[in-house]
Design a protein around this ligand. Structure first.
Ligand code: ADP
Length: 155
């Protein structure tokens, strides 16, 4: 069984994340969305809230499972039997950051392959940090998040 882990903060999930996950779906038997719960990291939303929005977004997708995790991503992959890590790439900044992580993960565990999908061009500018700023400043963030959860973010 081909299982991929899509790790991230999803603070909150955006249309960019949703698009990568849905486009990767035909490539795998199962995609586990791993919600990072790093105690040293400051999130805007609790891991319960971030998880709930992911569950709502993918409620009609039986191949997608949402789990919370902490610690090393490769260790979590082993625990859930994921042979692949899925990530998205928007631009050279993502590439530099993501390729370093992928290479280090490869050195930590040679059995796990990181698979990258390029952003859909119309979603290239969507970024959780800016979405959070819009939410904090009471702007209309609804258009940047998956349709299923838009009602929580419209002004
Ligand atoms: P982190 O959890 O590292 O802060 P993010 O939540 O920003 O990461 O994103 C998780 C993954 O989703 C990363 O691989 C990132 O490149 C990808 N991603 C985020 N937004 C988009 C987008 N608009 N298009 C494609 N990939 C995206």
């Amino acid at each position: 069984m081909k299982t991929a882990l899509f790790p991230g903060s999803f603070d909150p999930i955006t249309k960019g994340h949703e698009d990568i996950i849905l486009r990767a779906l035909p490539l795998f038997d199962k995609i586990i969305v791993g919600v990072g719960t790093n105690t040293a990291k400051k999130y805007l939303f609790t891991s319960e809230q971030r998880t709930a929005w992911l569950k709502e977004t993918f409620s009609n997708q039986p191949k997608i499972e949402i789990m919370q995790y902490e610690g090393l991503t490769v260790n979590f992959c082993k625990k859930i039997n994921a042979q692949y890590i899925l990530r998205g790439l928007r631009n050279p900044i993502d590439y530099n950051y993501e390729s370093n992580i992928a290479l280090m993960n490869k050195m930590l565990d040679n059995q796990i392959e990181t698979i990258f999908l390029l952003t859909s061009p119309e979603l290239m500018a969507i970024n959780s940090t800016i979405v959070r700023d819009i939410i904090i400043n009471k702007g209309d963030a609804g258009k940047f998040v998956p349709e299923a959860i838009q009602k929580n973010f419209n002004t």
